[in-house]
Design a protein around this ligand. Structure first.
Ligand code: FAD
Length: 567
């Protein structure tokens, strides 16, 4: 293994004081041989590769990559895999190692003269298994001034879990899950006991956790994709899902984090100790304040879910606008009744409710049913699912398709509740005008009924909003840098339409415009000054840095040399 690390390290272009091969070998030894080269996911499909790119051409391995190219779990199981594949590439230079996602076996993407380039895939990654591995990574990053990426599942929409030339801490294999009934955070009074809680390692994904919850007859709300990490960027940046209206954001439910701070302390942060760091890790964003090794989250009792999926006939002109109007007119009532919603303006709506009895749920959906199947000649399906897992599999998993394994970028806006009354017509027409994007979803997943526990650092705009509206564009391996740049610009322009009539609102950092204007205000609102001081306190040497994160170095920092310029 040491020999292959030397071999890998010797292929890397050396800039300034880039660590020598010997330094990498020493790091590898200090983490018990778990340093590994970062290899682009599609590397086996390319006969040619750039000098610094490790791995080999292998037709048999390539067959596996092709078969798994759009598989979220396969990508997130791979150290060099990124769900939104532009984050494997250097978007500014066009250097990449991507397949044609519309036809992964398309040789035009992989055969000479095309070459596989390292792009933004970190040069090396430590396959973290314990706190010492993290400490060694932090020390190495500080000593050699090499950027450190914390990588969990690689879902990040802003490229914050990779970077060219970086060393990654790969947390995927920290897979412990412990049921923790009657949990009391360390050094907290017994009055702070929580009946149901679960402690998970940093690499646990919802695909691991939701079946565990079913086994223990508890409920752990998730987002819309089971391969998202339960303890990483999702809760640290906010974490919305179809049950957030009633049970809050994932950040609201965190009870405790076990963290290695950039200062090298191994601590437990909760409401009773290191409470400033705890607050920062509940909304301030991943990759910024420390490396979370474990998280304890509140769980809910097992419960049935009233579930609805309804579509309209989109071939009839005018139905889309009528559908949007009905959604805007009814969303406040639905939220007050405890429904969470995923509204897809081109197709229909998915709803979930755990607080109404089935008869009341049926009654509350009567108008929607009549409208969708009558006026809009669509479909309406309603069931009571025995638990969250079956709800997820039968509804979100089966019926909602968020593309993965493709270059995809979103932009978004939180839509305040008063926009649904004061600016109703403008909201309807603005949404109706969003036509030229590949994805548009209005998530009725804000913590509207839940309110606030006042101890998180997400933008307060979450608490005043009814919808989180997300739209996005997709491209492919052969899209030029100019065209990619145009897509980012188009999305920003669409977002401006929503920003203009919600000037006091904000955006969800994890699903925002990569080039969000005034991002400190947008992502954190009046929490920002405190977050910045916490960043300075726990990371005085500024070891952790990520794109538009609290206290970041800014776009001209060399670690952002692969982001497209000019925004
Ligand atoms: C297909 C898809 C569906 C999604 N659905 C939803 C949804 O329904 N609701 C929602 O709220 N969001 C959703 N997201 C967005 C998701 O919340 C973010 O992408 C989130 O950042 C993912 O975190 P991760 O740890 O899984 O991914 P990564 O990309 O590995 O990490 C994301 C960020 O967190 C940091 N990080 C990760 N682990 C740690 C750790 N242990 N300690 C410190 N920092 C860490 C990383 O450095 C990076 O900055 C979705 C994303 C995708 C691609």
């Amino acid at each position: 293994m040491a020999a292959s690390i030397v071999q890998s390290a010797s292929n890397i272009k050396s800039e300034g004081a880039y660590p020598s091969s010997e330094a990498w070998v020493a790091l590898n030894t200090s983490v018990d041989g778990r340093l590994q080269p970062g290899i682009p996911f599609a590397r086996p499909c390319f006969p040619l590769a750039s000098n610094e790119t490790k791995g080999h051409f292998s037709p048999s391995d390539c067959n596996i990559v092709e078969a798994d190219y759009l598989n979220h779990l396969s990508i997130s199981n791979t150290v060099g895999g990124y769900i939104n594949t532009q984050w494997e590439t250097c978007q500014r230079t066009g250097q990449e190692c991507l397949l044609d996602w519309t036809l992964p076996s398309n040789a035009a993407a992989t055969m000479p003269p095309r070459i596989c380039s390292q792009g933004s895939v970190p040069t090396f990654a430590i396959d973290v298994r314990n706190a010492t591995d993290v400490l060694r990574g932090l020390e190495f990053s500080k000593e050699y001034n090499i950027s450190l990426a914390i990588k969990n599942t690689g879902h990040d929409y802003k490229g914050r879990s990779g970077g060219p030339g970086a060393l990654a801490l790969w947390l995927h294999n920290l897979k412990s899950i412990e049921f923790a009934p009657n949990f009391i955070p360390q050094n907290c009074p017994s009055a702070m006991r929580t009946e149901y809680a679960v402690t998970v390692g940093a690499g646990v994904q919802f695909s691991d956790l939701i079946p565990f919850a079913t086994e223990h007859n508890i409920t752990i709300p998730s987002g819309g994709d089971l391969s998202v990490g339960a303890a990483g960027g999702y809760p640290q940046g906010g974490g919305h899902g179809i049950l957030s209206n009633v049970y809050g954001l994932a950040a609201d439910r965190v009870l405790e984090y076990e963290v290695i701070t950039p200062r090298g302390e191994h601590i437990i942060a909760n409401d009773c100790q290191y409470s400033d760091l705890f607050y920062a890790l509940r909304g301030g964003g991943g990759g910024t304040f420390g490396v979370v090794l474990k998280m304890t989250t509140k769980a809910l009792p097992g419960m049935p879910v009233n579930a609805v999926f309804s579509t309209f006939n989109s071939t009839v002109p005018g139905n889309r606008l009528e559908f949007i109007r009905f959604m805007v007119e009814n969303s406040l009532t639905w939220a007050q009744q405890g429904w969470g919603t995923y509204i897809i303006p081109s197709e229909g709506i998915l709803l979930a409710n755990t607080v109404l009895q089935p008869a009341a749920a049926n009654e509350s959906m009567k108008e929607l049913r009549e409208f969708m199947t009558g006026n809009l000649t669509g479909t309406f399906l309603m069931t009571v699912e025995p638990n969250y897992e079956t709800f997820f599999n039968n509804y979100i998993g089966a019926l909602i398709h968020v593309p993965v394994g493709v270059p995809l970028t979103p932009a978004s806006r939180l839509i305040p509740v008063q926009s649904f009354s004061e600016n109703r017509e403008q909201l309807i027409s603005t949404l109706n005008d969003i036509q030229n994007v590949d994805i548009l979803i209005a998530f009725g997943t804000t913590p509207f009924l839940f309110g606030s526990n006042n101890r998180t650092s997400v933008t307060p705009a979450w608490r005043d909003s009814l919808w989180h509206v997300v739209f996005g564009d997709i491209w492919n391996y052969d899209t030029s840098t100019t065209d990619i740049s145009q897509k980012y610009s188009n999305l920003s322009a669409v977002a401006n339409g929503l920003r203009d009539f919600t000037p006091d609102s904000g955006a969800y950092q994890n699903e925002a415009d990569v080039y969000e204007p005034n991002h400190e205000e947008s992502f954190w609102g009046n929490n920002y000054p405190l977050l910045l001081s916490i960043k300075q306190k726990y990371d005085p040497d500024h070891i952790l840095d990520c794109w538009q994160c609290v206290g970041w170095r800014g776009p001209s920092s060399p670690q952002y040399s692969c982001y497209i310029e000019g925004f």
